[in-house]
Design a protein around this ligand. Structure first.
Ligand code: PLP
Length: 428
């Protein structure tokens, strides 16, 4: 039996309607921005495989560092024990994160990084007997698929079956251009009740919402308002971290500092699963006590897995190389040039960009995750050997930083060609 048939027998894929989805593509190998299928056909991974492979696939430096680590120490329980890669990585992350960040808590993925932040924020107030229990989040946000992360995410078809199990959250509008004052006023109205523990947000770009972008100055103002009302702020940089927005972190565009930061995805260059939640010294201190009940009772079996930390250290080295910064700038400039050319493209609208993320909407009258055009666009790109994963009619490019100009041009060419879809399907 071939691999795809064997897959069908035993596998349940994520975010996939197994009844109607096309069979998956079997990938045998990756190199740089390319993925190779069973027949040797190469696909450009223009979405960095769910936004994680920032340095491309199978980077030899990361592979070598993992190999060294696996022969040295594969894993050790992280309660009561420590190891060099975990400490080294924490020291290094704190060097590049906002300066108020002081402690690093490890977990395994973006959702757990968010769970940890939410629990830390709630327990921070609980430990001080201060009745602050509410969380503010953006209406269209996405913070992950576990219950806490779902609770602070947009109420949507993703969360609908679990609605009654999700805790209540104070939702506010995303401060996109034109809605800034509305968002600020809503946050202030919530803050006035003095019962808000924390505000969690995706800084500058809401990924799953459809690459919805907003400006740093309004986020600064929201953070300032939170500070004035003693509301903790949690920057979910799971998608935006590690160079995506053109700077190392989206928070680097701000003057205010968040109290906590969530990281995952690009942290290991997409090679190992790792989540990180960092916090300020003030938060950490609220857990220090002779009273055992003030302990942060949270941990995962794979917390600070040494191999994942080694991968993250290798990815960190690559990230800070001048060549990577140049690549990020190069991609941003190429995106800008493409979007200027496409301004009067006709079939695309709402072209927008933050750093290496370029998004646009296929104009067929509606903007929605379930827009039927999605499957056409996805398959069209794959037929042209480009992996794009539109969110409904929203097409975006989030490439590995090693993507070449020729490869980028191929991705743009496929998007330009999507115009043909309107001719073949006039009802679109
Ligand atoms: C902003 C943000 N937070 C959290 C998550 C959840 O991360 P994970 O899929 O690793 O659980 C995602 C995933 O897309 C995300 O974009």
């Amino acid at each position: 039996m071939d691999l795809v048939s064997r897959d069908k027998q035993v596998i349940w894929h994520p975010y996939t309607q197994m009844q109607t989805a096309d069979p998956p593509l079997a990938i045998t190998r990756g190199e740089g921005a390319l993925l190779y299928d069973e027949n040797g056909a190469a696909y450009i991974d223009a979405v960095s495989s769910w936004w994680v492979n920032i340095h491309g696939h199978c980077h030899p430096y990361i592979a070598q560092k993992i190999a060294e680590q696996v022969n040295q120490l594969d894993h050790v329980i992280f309660a009561g024990f420590t190891h060099e890669p975990a400490v080294d990585l924490a020291e290094k992350l704190l060097k590049i994160l906002p300066v108020n960040q002081s402690k690093v808590f490890y977990s395994d993925n973006g959702s757990t990084a968010v769970e940890v932040a939410l629990k830390m924020a709630l327990q921070y107030w609980h430990n001080q007997n201060i009745p602050k229990t509410k969380i503010i989040a953006f209406q269209d946000s996405y913070h992950g698929d576990t219950f806490g992360a779902m609770s602070v995410s947009s109420r949507s078809v993703f969360t609908q079956p679990f609605q009654s199990y999700l805790f209540e959250v104070l939702f506010m509008p995303v401060p996109v251009v034109g809605r800034e004052q509305e968002a600020i006023a809503q946050l202030q109205a919530y803050a006035a009740h003095n019962d808000v523990a924390a505000f969690i947000f995706e800084p500058l770009v809401l990924g799953t919402a459809g690459m919805v972008m907003y400006e740093p100055n309004v986020l600064d103002q929201l953070l300032q308002n939170c500070r004035e009302h003693q509301i903790l702020t949690i920057a979910d940089e799971v998608m935006t971290g590690f160079g995506r927005t053109g700077r190392l972190f989206a928070c680097d565009y701000l003057t205010q500092e968040p109290d906590m930061v969530c990281l995952s995805k690009g942290i290991t260059g997409g090679v190992m699963a790792l989540g990180v939640t960092t916090c300020s010294q003030t938060i950490y201190q609220a857990f220090l006590s002779q009273d055992a009940r003030k302990t942060f009772f949270h941990g995962h079996s794979y917390t600070a897995n040494p191999i994942a930390c080694a991968a993250a250290l290798a990815s960190y080295d690559l990230l800070l190389q001048p060549e990577t910064e140049e690549n990020i700038k190069r991609i941003a400039a190429q995106h800008q040039e493409f979007s200027e050319q496409m301004q009067d493209g006709g079939f695309l609208k709402n072209m927008r960009q933050t750093g290496t993320i370029l998004a646009m909407e296929f104009d067929n009258g509606q903007t929605s995750y379930f827009n039927q055009i999605r499957n056409l666009l996805y398959n069209f790109a794959l037929q042209h050997r480009v992996l794009l994963r539109p969110l409904g009619n929203i097409i975006y490019i989030m490439p590995p930083y090693c993507i070449t100009n020729d490869q980028l041009e191929k991705v743009y060419a496929v998007i330009r060609k999507m115009k043909d879809l309107t001719l073949v399907n006039p009802e679109l």
